[in-house]
Structures are given as structure tokens and as C-alpha cells.
Design a protein around this ligand. Structure first.
Ligand SMILES: [Mg+2]
Ligand SMILES: [Zn+2]
Length: 182
């Protein structure tokens, strides 16, 4: 049996994008994220975060730092009775990274690797699923993974007309999404 998923980019969607955030003290949730996510979980969606983390490859923080933040993040959702089913990250960068992270990988968005892994591991039906992001690369990754619905939010990075063209819906933030899609 297949599940439907709400795939979420992290920076600019779940949290305010202050740039290479890896400490809980500096992690600022976008308003309304928990209740919006709860509404999707209650409607039968699994929550799966897919995040480019080139800050690891660039040496700004380590994979251990990322995992510590992720554990804390999942705990913040748990406290509000919202289950995060999966978190996938790409530590690579094709040009600026420490040697072992320097590569043209298939996980860094706009490549669909993280989405495809999430789809496989959680038995997700892409044709019933949603991707929310704040960049063109999020929309392209979703498209490359055949995710049915692509949502661009204004809570993150400034985006251009190409991103707008690639999106099915545009809204101020994740908080506005249940009213549009549920
Ligand atoms: Mg982002
Ligand atoms: Zn990667």
C-alpha cells in the first residue's frame, strides 16, 4: 500500500533561512509550521524533510552537528504530537567543498536523489504527494521525482519568474498551505 507525503525543504520553509544554521539556539521556526504539519499528518500525509546541506561539505559544520540539530528538530515536532517520518540531506557541493564532499552527486537538489530515496524507503506514491520549497531547485527536484504538486513559499529566499513558472501554487508560508490543499 502506498502512502502520500508532504516533502519539505528545510531552510526557508521549516525555519527562517539565516544561512548555514546548525545550532538549535539559532534555529527559528517559521510561524505556524507545527500546526500546518499537523494538519497534513492528520490528513494522512507522511512528513519528509529533504535538505541541501553544503555547509557540511564546505566545512562550516560537521555531519555530527547536522544530526544533533536534526534530533533536536524532530524532538520539537514530537513535543507537539507531529511525527517527522524522514530527514534526508545532501552534504555535497560540486565546486566548493572539502575533498570527500566534492562531487557532482545525485542527491543535491535539483537532482531528485533525496526525494527518490524517501519515496522508496517510505513507500510513497509520488502522484499523491506534495513538495514545498523556497527555490527553483526545489521545484525542479520535485519535477524530476514526478511529485504531483509543487509549492513555492515566500518565507525563504527571493525567487524569480522561473521558479514561479515551475510551481503549481505559491503562498506566503507553509502555514497557509492547509487552507489551499486540504
Ligand atoms: Mg530552502
Ligand atoms: Zn549530494
Amino acid at each position: 500500500m502506498s502512502n502520500k507525503a508532504l516533502f519539505l525543504d528545510r531552510d526557508g520553509v521549516v525555519n527562517v533561512d539565516h544561512g548555514y544554521v546548525y545550532e538549535p539556539e539559532k534555529f527559528e521556526f517559521v510561524d505556524g509550521v507545527f500546526s500546518a504539519c499537523k494538519a497534513f499528518v492528520d490528513a494522512g500525509y507522511k512528513l519528509i524533510i529533504v535538505t541541501n546541506q553544503s555547509g557540511i561539505g564546505r566545512g562550516y559544520y560537521t555531519e555530527a552537528d547536522f544530526h544533533a540539530l536534526t534530533d533536536w528538530l524532530i524532538g520539537q515536532f514530537d513535543k507537539r504530537d507531529v511525527t517527522v517520518s524522514g530527514v534526508y540531506f545532501c552534504p555535497h557541493h560540486p565546486k566548493k567543498a572539502l575533498p570527500r564532499y566534492l562531487k557532482e552527486c545525485d542527491c543535491r537538489k535539483p537532482a531528485p536523489g533525496m526525494l527518490l530515496q524517501g519515496i522508496y524507503e517510505h513507500h510513497i506514491d509520488a502522484s499523491q504527494s506534495i513538495m514545498v520549497g523556497d527555490k527553483l531547485s526545489d521545484m525542479q527536484a520535485a519535477s524530476n521525482a514526478n511529485i504531483a504538486t509543487k509549492v513555492l513559499v515566500r518565507s525563504g529566499q527571493a525567487f524569480d519568474s522561473q521558479a514561479i513558472d515551475a510551481a503549481d501554487h505559491i503562498c506566503d508560508s507553509l502555514a497557509a498551505l492547509p487552507a489551499i490543499l486540504l
